[in-house]
Design a protein around this ligand. Structure first.
Ligand code: SF4
Length: 357
């Protein structure tokens, strides 16, 4: 793309964004930027962490609750892990909640968020994408955060090829990141790099959608190579998906009146530090004794199976329930069923919901 074409592209994106920017609770839109408002790094950081692997409609209520309860990073830093993990429950990928809390403490200790991508990356849980997103959106650093939307738009604009192998897709991603970065650095110094990033995100989310890109209304249609080829939806050309393995286990829902016994999982590992009903180990084959790992000698009744998909495997849990006598000795924490449901990650909620329905 020539310098002239790049300028035209940036102008078209900017015009489109000024008219069509999505209104999001963590965003300072183009008109507000014109009026002198700046994005709040705490809100942008929080939204970016929450939006990894989940959708805006799902993450938004969590965002609203977090900022209502902890309106600044210092307040979040002072919150207890129990409160943060309970507020995060249902957002998935629980190591992010631990990193979120650790990051809030690190920022509070420094007094403020660092203002460039390189320094932001030193914070707990802040990888290259999140650092680039905060640096560009909040501080207008000319760096391109490549999320799924930007990846799709850029791969189509340049019709970036791949051979559907893992290696081919890795190479294509390098080209996509390079093209996106070329756009960012083509902005004039002091230009609104954050608006460019958010405009491309919005374009991917609303016009250049995965299955049915609306090329007719796209501000970039005359310069889009994938559209010129005739089948833009074939981009990005990712590697063929491999089937995820299945693991098996049991979950034990122990009740006492309207209370449920939960245990806190160890801090490291999957669902680390989250409240869950006790479970067996999760193994590649069904356990010979499905009650191995049950918390005590109770009259366990099998109530069914729940399924849950994590990033790297699918989980099938046999759910068992039992009622504990009033004075039974148990190792976990008794919680009212409503509070228990609110405090657990989705997989735990599924198991408890099945047991107490
Ligand atoms: S012309 Fe179509 S494929 Fe190309 S960027 Fe626009 S919406 Fe996407």
């Amino acid at each position: 793309m020539t310098a002239n074409s790049t300028r035209k592209l940036l102008t078209a994106v900017d015009r489109w964004y000024r008219r069509h920017a999505r209104v999001l609770p963590w965003r300072v839109g183009p008109a507000e930027r014109d009026a002198g408002f700046r994005p709040d790094p705490y809100r942008v950081w929080l939204s970016e962490v929450m939006l990894q692997q989940t959708t805006i409609p799902h993450a938004t209520p969590y965002f609203e609750r977090f900022v209502a309860r902890w309106p600044a990073v210092g307040a979040l830093a002072e919150a207890s892990w129990e409160d943060v993990s309970a507020a995060w429950a249902g957002l998935g990928y629980y190591s992010r909640a631990r990193n979120l809390h650790a990051c809030a403490k690190a920022v509070a200790a420094c007094g403020s968020f660092p203002q460039d991508a390189t320094s932001l990356r030193e914070l707990p849980g802040v990888g290259p994408y999140t650092a680039a997103a905060i640096a560009s959106i909040v501080f207008d650093e000319r760096i391109a955060p490549v999320d799924g939307n930007i990846e799709r738009v850029v791969s189509r604009l340049w019709a970036i090829p791949s051979d559907r192998t893992e290696a081919g897709w890795r190479a294509a991603k390098v080209v996509i990141a390079t093209r996106a970065q070329e756009l960012a650095v083509a902005l004039p110094k002091g230009g609104r790099a954050g608006d460019l990033a958010q405009a491309l995100m919005d374009l991917g989310a609303t016009i250049c959608t995965p299955k049915k890109p609306n090329c007719l209304t796209c501000p970039l249609n005359v310069m889009c190579a994938a559209r010129a080829e005739g089948a833009p939806e074939r981009y990005p050309i990712k590697a063929e998906k491999r089937a995820v393995p299945t693991r098996y286990g049991s979950a034990f829902v122990l009740t006492r009146g309207r209370q449920i016994m939960l245990v806190r999982r160890p801090p490291a590992g999957l669902l680390g530090g989250m409240m869950m009903p006790p479970t067996s180990a999760w193994t590649e084959h069904k356990l010979p004794d499905p009650l191995a790992g049950a918390p005590g000698e109770f009259a366990w009744e099998h109530v069914g199976e729940i399924r849950h998909v994590f990033t790297h495997f699918a989980l099938r849990l046999d759910v068992w329930r039992a009622a504990a006598p009033a004075r039974a000795k148990t190792a976990g924490e008794w919680m009212a069923s409503d509070s228990a449901l609110a405090a657990m990650p989705t997989v735990g909620r599924k198991a408890v919901a099945l047991a107490i329905r």
